[in-house]
Design a protein around this ligand. Structure first.
Ligand SMILES: Cc1cc2nc3c(=O)[nH]c(=O)nc-3n(C[C@H](O)[C@H](O)[C@H](O)COP(=O)(O)O)c2cc1C
Length: 149
């Protein structure tokens, strides 16, 4: 399997209508290509994950990069064996209301649980983890105003 994820900045405002049109078109083409994944949008940023069995994501990424409605800032590619991560999502839209139901802390816990001795001292991995904690730190105000569970 081949996967690509990227962050981009929208060059125009995306209302519900424009997003709906984009997703409808994306879903149809992804279904044809055998691409699955999800699209997150929180103005002005898009975050998208796409995966395919062959090189389809690379081809699609070329189209996406050419699209003047946004500018791709950074992208990473990965190859892995086994099953798709999102077999049932041709292109699922995700916003932060949905993501709030998955706690950020769970990501940190998952990461620390899967940590091996090799990774523990890996600078970039450590940096990612502390970046997550940094995100929580920057949101202290918001988090403190949530009712206690
Ligand atoms: C943020 C964003 C995500 C997109 N995701 C997809 C996608 O998953 N699949 C897709 O077919 N097109 C997607 N598009 C649209 C493509 O960029 C492009 O317009 C469409 O594939 C037609 O490409 P073409 O002009 O090269 O034929 C996306 C566009 C944007 C702005």
């Amino acid at each position: 399997m081949k996967a690509i994820l990227y962050v981009s900045r929208a060059t125009e405002a995306f209302g519900d209508g424009a997003l709906g049109d984009l997703l409808q078109q994306a879903e149809a083409r992804n279904l044809e290509l055998g691409v699955t994944g999800y699209l997150f949008y929180k103005a002005p940023y898009f975050f998208q994950y796409i995966e395919s069995e062959g090189d389809e994501v690379t081809e699609l990424m070329q189209s996406i990069t050419r699209d003047s409605r946004h500018e791709v800032i950074n992208q990473v590619e990965d190859e892995f064996t086994g099953a798709r991560r999102f077999p049932r999502w041709s292109m699922q839209f995700v916003n932060d209301k949905v993501l709030n139901r998955i706690s950020l802390e769970q990501i940190v816990i998952d990461d620390l649980l899967s940590m091996t001795d090799v990774y523990r001292d890996e600078g970039r991995w450590r940096q990612t983890l502390f970046q997550l904690v940094g995100t929580i730190s920057r949101n202290q105000q918001t988090l403190a105003s949530q009712p206690r569970g």
